[in-house]
Design a protein around this ligand. Sequence first.
Ligand SMILES: NC(=O)c1ccc[n+]([C@@H]2O[C@H](COP(=O)([O-])OP(=O)(O)OC[C@H]3O[C@@H](n4cnc5c(N)ncnc54)[C@H](O)[C@@H]3O)[C@@H](O)[C@H]2O)c1
Length: 330
Amino acid sequence: MKLVVTGALGHIGSRLIRSILPQDFAQVVLIDNLASQRYAALFDLRGDIDWRFVEADLCAPGLDLATIFEGALCVVHLAAITDAAASFEMKADVERVNSGGTERVARACIAAGVPLLFPSTTSVYGLSDGLVDEASPAALRPQSPYAESKLRSERLLAELAAASGLRYFAGRLGTIYGPSAGMRFHTAVNKFIWQACVGQPLSVWRTALDQKRPYLDLDDAVEAIRFVLRAGLFSNEIFNVVTGNHVLRAVIEAIRRRVPDLRVELVDSPVMNQYSYEVGKRKFESQGFRFRGDLERGIGETVDLLRPLAAGRAGFLRLQGRAAAGLDGS
Ligand SMILES: NC(=O)c1ccc[n+]([C@@H]2O[C@H](COP(=O)([O-])OP(=O)(O)OC[C@H]3O[C@@H](n4cnc5c(N)ncnc54)[C@H](O)[C@@H]3O)[C@@H](O)[C@H]2O)c1
């Protein structure tokens, strides 16, 4: 059996592809444009799976995705421009890659007769208040070009399912925490861990400290994808995929338990006027999925990776000074 993963070298993809066993999939096609140079995500993959790496931009004219997808059990479409805060400065690219790229992938899935697994985001509930779930259309008020592109993609997939027979699963994922070979550090939890470990003050949005937000353990994200593939849950519906809802203060305190001398600096946010909200996960659980992730553990595993850096912070800061003085040779 064959699986296709787009954006396979990213934070989620690099962990997902390491969870695949040969009895799950004999062949796995990995598509990524290497935009973020995460070559290391391809290191040390197991040798008993037939990996095919396609270095390609999903939006490139002439790329025949339908042929690449043919015969696959599913296309897991992780490729996207994913930095919500930076998306304000690159609206056109976000729209082209996230909405346009998803439309291209979906149409190729239709042509190849392959179902699509699409990761949306809980950021589509950007201006919500209180508990929201998939049945709260009034709660859909995205606050960034990134979140808007994901909501537009959800709507496009529904249209393509009705008009052209697309079969898909759309999961609104909470903000990921937990380490992987291709992990990034621009999302909330990871960014704070990085700042804490290198001795920088945590830049926290002033409006966000006591607001609840949905988070997703990377283990749960990967298990959720595997669950959907096993169950064939391509019912053209949307499911929230969230391990837990936490106030930012709780995230910071969990980091402080491991990095006791961290400092917090309150900053103004480009995404204003947000309320506190929690995202319900019952619908996905009612399919039989169990969330097992844990914020403390995910934070601990990431801090552990950076612990030597945290321990040698004084040296790191001295090195920064040398680099600033032009002594780094690069
Ligand atoms: N990480 C999170 O907190 C989170 C939360 C909600 C939803 N999601 C969604 O899950 C998916 C995966 O997230 P992630 O954290 O692994 O993202 P990531 O940014 O770490 O990885 C995305 C990958 O896609 C690739 N890519 C980008 N544009 C491409 C293009 N045009 N053609 C081919 N490849 C391209 C990049 O090189 C990168 O390897 C994304 O769609 C994201 O929106 C992520």
